[in-house]
Design a protein around this ligand. Structure first.
Ligand SMILES: NC(=O)NC(NC(N)=O)C(=O)[O-]
Ligand SMILES: [Zn+2]
Ligand SMILES: [Zn+2]
Length: 441
């Protein structure tokens, strides 16, 4: 009789601490042994010689839009795209699905649908909106990973922006239960006024759109958020910082003792305003893409360990909503990228800028697990859940629309050449994805 359910042999095992050659033994969904030449047998054995074995990564920021907007994306297609990209856990945002996740009933619907349809491990953000301050406690008690608020309009009618009073009251509640508030931090005053001026003057190019959402608007909102964090004691997390200048403000606050963390996204590390000009709406997001000097500076922040985590902010929409080429104030703001985060980190990070592989695990494994309290996820060690991505980091490929598992097969990354072909993805000990195809549940 076999000793283990699965043994992965002779891989380059990547943890947040080291890269070492060895074997991993898995039983009942858990990693039960890590070492060289594990004796005993697995019911299934994978030869990972020449391949890198990463812990399955954690994407802290996706919008899967189900229920209610499944024609934009869905839990099945969204989670498959993550698995194909080496990601085995995700945190689904409370908006773009209708109803949004702003009370227990809506959270229960998400949980049920995800249990049926997700091929990887789901987690849920709860929303903070002006209407649901009385529901935050029940959301927390029912297991949301944290809360999410927008300081500028969300673009979705049933998810209102948190005004200052909502932030203040909501943050007191969230502090009381010991959770963390993730915030889309752009100044609504500044963005609205600048956009109005641009549109009135008929200035609607990619550059005009970017200028209507300047970095100072993020900095101003983050500073305000920090004041509320200091006043309420609420732990906060700034999502999708687009510039090192924003990261710097957050690190100053960290040094003063504020419990604040920061995420950036793969697209701010791989794409620029030039891509927005060339690719049109496919590359439109908020905050917008910046120029190359900002991309380089943001990499410096990542390499210095000043950024806590990297996510995709996968916010998909039908292709017809992403085809803007003249008026960039129209069309959906949100990038389809869930499948490509590891590819960006390997290609732009590891191979171009010497980002150590261990750091990829820190940014998309151990840090999110630690900050959001996911026990036994995000690393490879005995006792951890057997979430694993086996990757040929040296294999390069040109991303084609057909490679994408999204409901709508588009992405600003299409046409780019990436390193890192995900060979096998294992979720809780089970192989779900192998050589480009999904295995039946
Ligand atoms: N409603 C959204 O999905 N918005 C998202 N849109 C982006 N990032 O352009 C976001 O995270 O702000
Ligand atoms: Zn956002
Ligand atoms: Zn988002």
């Amino acid at each position: 009789m076999a000793t283990y359910d699965l043994i992965i042999r002779n891989g380059q095992i990547v943890t947040s601490e080291s890269v070492t050659t060895g074997d991993i033994a898995i039983k009942d969904g858990k990693i039960v042994e890590v070492g060289s030449q594990i004796s005993g047998q697995g019911t299934n054995e994978i030869n990972a010689e020449g391949l890198h074995v990463f812990p399955g990564l954690i994407d802290t920021h996706v919008h899967f839009n189900e229920p209610g907007r499944t024609e934009w994306e869905g839990i099945e297609t969204g989670s498959k795209s993550l698995a194909a990209g080496g990601v085995t856990s995700y945190f689904d945002m409370p908006l773009n699905s209708t109803p949004p996740t702003i009370d227990k009933e809506n959270l229960d619907i998400k949980k049920k649908l995800s249990a049926e349809k997700s091929v990887v491990n789901p987690n849920f953000w709860g929303g903070l909106v002006p209407e649901n301050i009385g529901k935050l406690k029940e959301l927390h008690e029912n297991g949301v990973i944290g809360f999410k608020a927008f300081m500028s309009p969300s673009g979705i009618d049933d998810f209102n922006r948190a005004d200052d009073e909502t932030l203040y009251k909501g943050m007191k509640e969230i502090a009381a239960v010991g959770s963390r508030l993730a915030v889309h931090a752009e100044s609504t005053v500044m963005c609205d006024q600048l956009a109005t001026e641009k549109i009135r003057a008929g200035k609607t190019s990619a550059r005009d759109f970017v200028e209507s959402r300047p970095i100072i608007s993020e900095i101003e909102a983050v500073r305000r958020l920090i004041s509320y964090a200091e006043a309420t004691g609420c732990k906060v997390h700034v999502v999708h910082a687009s510039s090192k200048k924003v990261v710097d403000v957050i690190n100053e606050a960290k040094q003063k003792g504020v419990d604040i963390t920061v995420e950036t996204c793969a697209h701010y590390l791989a794409l620029t305003v030039k891509d927005l000009e060339e690719k049109g709406g496919l590359a439109k997001c908020a905050p917008p893409l910046r120029d190359q000097d900002e991309v380089d500076d943001l990499w410096t922040a990542v390499l210095n360990g000043e950024v806590d985590m990297i996510a995709s902010d996968h916010s998909p929409a039908p292709t017809s909503m992403k085809t803007v080429t003249d008026n960039y104030f129209e069309g959906w703001g949100g990038i389809s990228g869930a499948q490509s985060t590891l590819n960006v980190l390997l290609t732009e990070g590891h191979f171009k800028r010497n980002l150590p592989l261990e750091k990829i695990v820190t940014l998309m494994g151990t840090n999110p697990a630690k900050v959001f309290g996911l026990a036994n996820k995000g690393n490879i060690a005995v006792g951890y859940d057997a979430d694993i991505a086996i990757v040929n980091i040296n294999e390069s490929f040109k991303l084609e629309n057909d490679d994408l598992f999204y409901r709508h097969q588009h992405s600003p990354y299409v046409g780019m050449t990436f390193n890192g072909k995900v060979k096998t993805t294992i979720v809780n000990g089970k192989v779900v994805f192998e050589n480009g195809t999904f295995l039946d549940a």
